[in-house]
Design a protein around this ligand. Sequence first.
Ligand code: ISL
Ligand code: CA
Length: 541
Amino acid sequence: MAEKNSEQWWRSAAIYQVYIRSFADGNGDGIGDLDGVRAQLPYLAELGVDAIWFNPWYPSPMADGGYDVADYRDINAAFGTLAEAEKLIADAHGYGLRIIIDIVPNHCSDEHRWFRAALAAGPGSPERARFWFRPGRGGDGELPPNDWTSIFGGPAWTRTTDEDGTPGEWYLHLFAPQQPDFNWDHPEVRQEFEAVLRFWFDRGVDGVRIDSAALLTKDPELAEPAPSAFTDRDDVHAIYRSWRRIADEYGSRALIGEVWMPDVERFTRYLRSDELHVAFNFDFLCCAWELDRLRAVIDATLASHAPVGAPATWVLSNHDVVRHVTRYGRANTAFGMADRRIGEPADLVLGEQRARAAALLSLALPGGVYVYQGDELGLAEVEDLPDELRQDPIFSRSGYTDKGRDGCRVPVPWSGIHPPFGFSPEQATAAPWLPQPQSWARRTAAGQDTDPNSMLTLYRQALRLRRAQPALLTLGLDWFDAGEGALAFRRGPDFACVINLGDTPLALPAGATLLLASGPLLDGQLPTETGAWLRLAPTRE
Ligand code: ISL
Ligand code: CA
């Protein structure tokens, strides 16, 4: 069992997401880097996670935080070098931490050599065939080829300028104009990404997170309406079948899809046994903090994964969403990507209490679990960033109506009582690329390290217990009745997780012993908005 588990490590791994730019700055330029990560490997090992997922670390003009990739086989100079990345992979392995990198196959940067060559080569050239170049509509080609809009807002097409300075063809970009979409009908695009996968697997990478995995293939005529013309098309699966053959060749390498898909049946197609190993489950992330809804989402998730035999994933926050301490402190605790509601009133004390219970919930559910950097410190969304410092293209492309995702990307506070809170070294030459709030003096890793009641201590204890409970890593879930307002389930015969989402304290099940609680018990009872892990008394048959 243990053997099988380590081969298929992704089935139950706790994965820590590192947004490199904001994690730890080794050289003091205000930008996180690989040196900074390497210095914090002992912290991550001590936290008790099994793997690290790095957001894109490639050379990039950073028009979209590195999701605009200029070279898939190198490292962003601001982060370090390829040799440093290799060293980091080896060091992480030395700590027993696996490495997952982000592959961005839907689009590249407008500074990628292929796109530059396409612009230079002109209309009708083989260089342009790797992307989606089209003449415009209207008398003079002044209208975009179709009316698709970008996921970041504004048109999904940008017009090029020919060498003689006259307006030329348009190219497709489902995201920012600096992110031209690849044409996945082109065999060279397919070969290129297969080679890129091998490049990183050869360097010891244990898995890849596949960005915007359902968007790669398009209606070849570009005629169908959005979004079905470019979302979840049947022919995208052939790509993942070929990637799976490569992953299998290397052995124990995981393919993890970023698939936002409301239709569960369509979603689980990506998880068929010859395709991806796992895909993110965003229903849980978006779900309101309410008993019935949470239970329904958990049930639906497990039911949809069961037929394909794929493990579920549980994510509370990532670099694209409002941090859950803030979400759970709002009157409406549900989340939608289209409406971040930055600045909506939030009770952060309540939000943190719920985030603590949610940590125990997510870490007790069957499958893989993700921790976004700062979750373990209880960081809330930074909602009051000055507009002129916001960098997310969503802010400008939405016409400044959507504040964007910068508020969950503020550099991590490590130590001390003033910014940069140890994010950068003492002799730093620049401030962190986004300013940290002074209130984070209470949120540093060093400050929480020895505090028995801190979020960091809770995560460490929970991750340690999780590792030590074989039932948590392998067995399924059985709901049981623990009283009014309780979300309660067993994993195996004697491990239970109980979350009190009701209005009154809950008595613990008879004979149960407390393993861990997200907050203090009151007269032996589990208070409202509190979660606990329990060892149940053996049942007499
Ligand atoms: O398609 C969507 C909604 O209809 C989006 O949710 C989209 O799938 C999602 O935003 C994709 O996110 C990923 O790719 C983006 C990047 O900005 C994000 O940070 C990344 O997580 C473009 O590469
Ligand atoms: Ca740096």
